[in-house]
Ligand binder design. Structure first.
Ligand code: 4NP
Length: 154
């Protein structure tokens, strides 16, 4: 089973959305049984909190329920528990590289590929920011789901 951890700063805006959208994408592709998915933040400020209401709302608008998620900080075990750790932006990727144990086997990457490599932090902006983030995450989820499907059938 492949395991994937999505990481942003607070684990209340972007990575809970990434987790929910990716799970939904896998469900639609009939692949959800073969992947374990979670999300976490490099910061601990929101530990135990539900996602930001704006993330819950944009997901709900597209039929995805993320309200039951609770924020947590990245922990050392994550680097051995997950195969792939996908950061929303370069700053969180570099934080992950800093705190990863030397022997870490997990692959650390940005979730998006070029040219738009970073999922912008929508926390201090308006609702359009959350809508834009939703669509970036949906596109990246579909791409990742296709890659996993190709891997599993080869
Ligand atoms: P996230 O957004 O990293 O996408 O969850 C943020 C949420 C909260 C804060 C920063 C970013 N904060 O500073 O509290």
């Amino acid at each position: 089973m492949t395991s994937i951890l999505f990481v942003c700063l607070g684990n209340i805006c972007r990575s809970p959305l990434a987790e929910g959208i990716f799970r939904n994408t896998l469900e639609e592709a009939g692949q959800v049984e073969s992947v374990r998915i979670d999300s976490a933040g490099t910061g601990a400020w929101h530990e135990g909190n539900p996602p930001d209401p704006r993330s819950i709302e944009v997901a709900a608008r597209y039929g995805i329920d993320i309200a039951g998620q609770r924020a947590r900080q990245v922990r050392q075990e994550d680097f051995s528990d997950f195969d792939l750790i996908l950061a929303m932006d370069k700053s969180n990727l570099s934080k992950l590289r800093q705190i990863a144990p030397n022997e870490t086997m997990a692959h650390l990457r940005l979730f998006l590929d070029a040219p738009e490599q970073e999922v912008p932090d929508p926390y201090y902006g308006g609702d359009q920011g959350f809508e834009a983030v939703f669509h970036m995450l949906r596109t990246a989820s579909e791409r990742l789901s296709r890659m996993l499907g190709d891997q599993q059938s080869s």
